[in-house]
Every structure is written in structure tokens, then in C-alpha cells.
Design a binder for this molecule. Structure first.
Ligand SMILES: [Ca+2]
Length: 269
């Protein structure tokens, strides 16, 4: 913009500076007519809502403020509402107000609308809260006839809300955190000392891994059948690992190295 109007700026510098000391006013507002004085807007530089002195009563922004654009309407800060930003938005109340000044302050977290700062000042309660004798109080969603959580979750009430938390994996349904709060035990677990405990299937007298050369490995909630050392799974059967001569030679080498390594180790010790 400055380059475009270089001549005019030069003119101001050499001829007009004394008479019009404010460059912004002379150049932007009066000469090229792009700006308006602060607090005014639009082609004719009209006063913003609430007056040019304190547009929107200091509680918002006037559309087009200081430019030849906009419509002079107020966009209020979050706490304020209304065309002049003098009213309070939901969740705020007027702690000070006259015709030209308004201060809105946050309500208690339990209020949707209020006329004072505590929960007894609520006019309406926010969702998750209900009107009690002492203002808005938390709703215990978990105590409802149909609690809101899914089958393998427990419900945790919080101020103004609630959350659903997954049960321990040893549980089939639960009332709280951990394996001692299960309603029933999940498959693969049994109640022992008031806790759902993993069943060690591999300890059973009747074997669970029935294939030849199979070993049983216990896991949390289940077990695995794996091939014994020196055997590998081929189409579901554990068969002896066969090696080519090269592989066997390589293995011989590594085992010799391993022996040497362990001897080194002993020397270090
Ligand atoms: Ca709650």
C-alpha cells in the first residue's frame, strides 16, 4: 500500500506534515479513504454500536472497527451477549451492571444459568446436575435403575458426569477395579481367595496338549500347546527338525563359539 501511494506520502512529508501531523489520519482516513477513526466503521465512518468511545461497551468487537468495511455490529466476548454486549451469556451472571457498564462473572460449574457465584445461585442446573435443597447437586448416574455402562465395564460417578471403565480381564462383569471386584470370573479364571485367578491348565492331571512331542505353556486366561525343543510345527503336527548339512555345520560352529564365549566369561569372573 505504501509503494502504491509513494507520491502522496512524499507530498505529506514535504508539504503537509506541519498542518496534518497525524499521518494515519491524513493518509489512510482522509486521502485514500481506506481507514476510519477508531470506534467507527463502514464507508461513512459511523460510530460502532455502544458508541465510538467504547464500542460494544468494552465487552466485544465492532465489525469493521477502524476500517471502511463491516457493519458496526458487535461480536461479544464469550461471557457476554445481546446486541450491545451488556447481557450475560449462559453460565455467567451480572456482578455489576448499569446502562453502559456490565461485568459478567462465571457461575458455579453446576449452573446453566445463575444470579450468583455459588451452586445455590443457580436458576437452571447444567446437564449432569439436579436441583436439590442446597442448589444444584451432582446426579449419581451409576445409581440409576439402568446404569449407563456396558456389560464388562463398571460405572464411576464424577461431579457433573460419570465414566465407564473396563473391568479387569479376569472378570465377566464387575463392580469396580481389579480381579477382586468381579461379578463372575471370565473363561480361564477361577475364584480363589476372593479373586479371579488364572487357571493353570498345564497342571491338570488330564493333559490338555495331546499331540506327540507337544509341550503345554500356561498363559493368562488360557494356555498354548507348542512343539518341544528340536521339533517344529508342520501342518499341525510336531515333527523333528531336519537340517541340511550346511545348517548342521553352521550350528556346530555357533555352538563351539558359544562354548568359547562362556569360557571367556568365566575367565573374566
Ligand atoms: Ca455424576
Amino acid at each position: 500500500m505504501v509503494e502504491e501511494h509513494e507520491e502522496q506520502i512524499e507530498k505529506w512529508w514535504f508539504k503537509m506534515k506541519k498542518k496534518y501531523p497525524d499521518l494515519l489520519k491524513w493518509f489512510c482516513i482522509e486521502t485514500i479513504e481506506v481507514c476510519c477513526p477508531p470506534g467507527t466503521y463502514g464507508p461513512d465512518c459511523l460510530a460502532c454500536l455502544g458508541g465510538a468511545e467504547r464500542p460494544c461497551h468494552g465487552n466485544g468487537f465492532c465489525s469493521g472497527d477502524g476500517t471502511r468495511r463491516g457493519d458496526g455490529l458487535c461480536r461479544c466476548k464469550a461471557e457476554y451477549t445481546g446486541p450491545f454486549c451488556l447481557e450475560c451469556a449462559d453460565g455467567y451472571f451480572n456482578s455489576e451492571k448499569n446502562d453502559t457498564h456490565s461485568v459478567c462473572t462465571a457461575c458455579h460449574e453446576s449452573c446453566k444459568t445463575c444470579d450468583g457465584p455459588s451452586n445455590t445461585g443457580c436458576k437452571e442446573c447444567k446437564e449432569g446436575w439436579t436441583k436439590g435443597d442446597d442448589g444444584c447437586v451432582d446426579v449419581d448416574e451409576c445409581a440409576a435403575e439402568n446404569p449407563p455402562c456396558k456389560e464388562n465395564q463398571y460405572c464411576m460417578n464424577t461431579e457433573g458426569s460419570f465414566s465407564c471403565v473396563g473391568c479387569d480381564k479376569s472378570c465377566a462383569g464387575c463392580s469396580g477395579e481389579g480381579p477382586d471386584k468381579c461379578k463372575d470370573c471370565a473363561n480361564g479364571y477361577v475364584l480363589e481367595d476372593d479373586k479371579c485367578t488364572d487357571i493353570n491348565e498345564c497342571d491338570r492331571s488330564d493333559k490338555v496338549c495331546l499331540g506327540d512331542n507337544e509341550n503345554c505353556v500356561n498363559t493368562h486366561g488360557s494356555y498354548k500347546c507348542v512343539c518341544a525343543e528340536g521339533f517344529e510345527d508342520r501342518d499341525g503336527k510336531c515333527e523333528e527338525v531336519t537340517k541340511t548339512e550346511d545348517e548342521e555345520a553352521a550350528e556346530q560352529n555357533t555352538s563351539t563359539n558359544a562354548v568359547e564365549d562362556s569360557m571367556d566369561l568365566h575367565e573374566d569372573l
